[in-house]
Design a protein around this ligand. Structure first.
Ligand SMILES: [Fe+2]
Length: 132
């Protein structure tokens, strides 16, 4: 398990259930929207209960050669089974999976960050190239 700056943890998503999995084309067309799906627990399911769940996923893009990173989207998962009857009694749950569309004229790296309510911050990244 590798830590990034002591804040985010990273690992192989095939063996660690907290790592966001970024699903998008390796190569995109300049200026054309493409789909990006981010989920986690693709190989090993992450729990989704009132006591233990994923709170949010954020997606960022860092264009090659630029200094700053852009935030593409932020997604909150607000239902984890809680109700007036108690924890895990509502049967209502948000699944930790998001889909968005984005476009870029430049290649770069897509980053995804996820927060588990008890296991902290996790991140992963995927490089994309751009064809004209
Ligand atoms: Fe967790």
């Amino acid at each position: 398990m590798k830590q990034i700056g002591g804040l985010f943890q990273a690992a192989d998503w095939k063996t660690e259930k907290h790592v966001p999995v970024i699903d998008c084309p390796d190569q995109v067309k300049a200026g054309e929207f493409f789909p990006v799906k981010v989920t986690l627990g693709k190989e090993i399911a992450h729990p989704n209960t009132t006591e233990h769940h994923i709170r949010w996923i954020s997606v960022y893009f860092h264009p090659d050669g630029e200094k700053f990173t852009y935030q593409i989207g932020h997604f909150e998962f607000a239902a984890h089974g809680e109700s007036v009857e108690g924890p895990d009694k509502s049967s209502i749950y948000t699944h930790h999976e998001v889909g968005l569309s984005m476009k870029t004229g430049k290649p770069g790296v897509i980053y995804a960050a996820a927060l588990c309510n008890i296991h902290g911050l996790w991140q992963s990244q995927k490089e994309i190239t751009v064809s004209k």
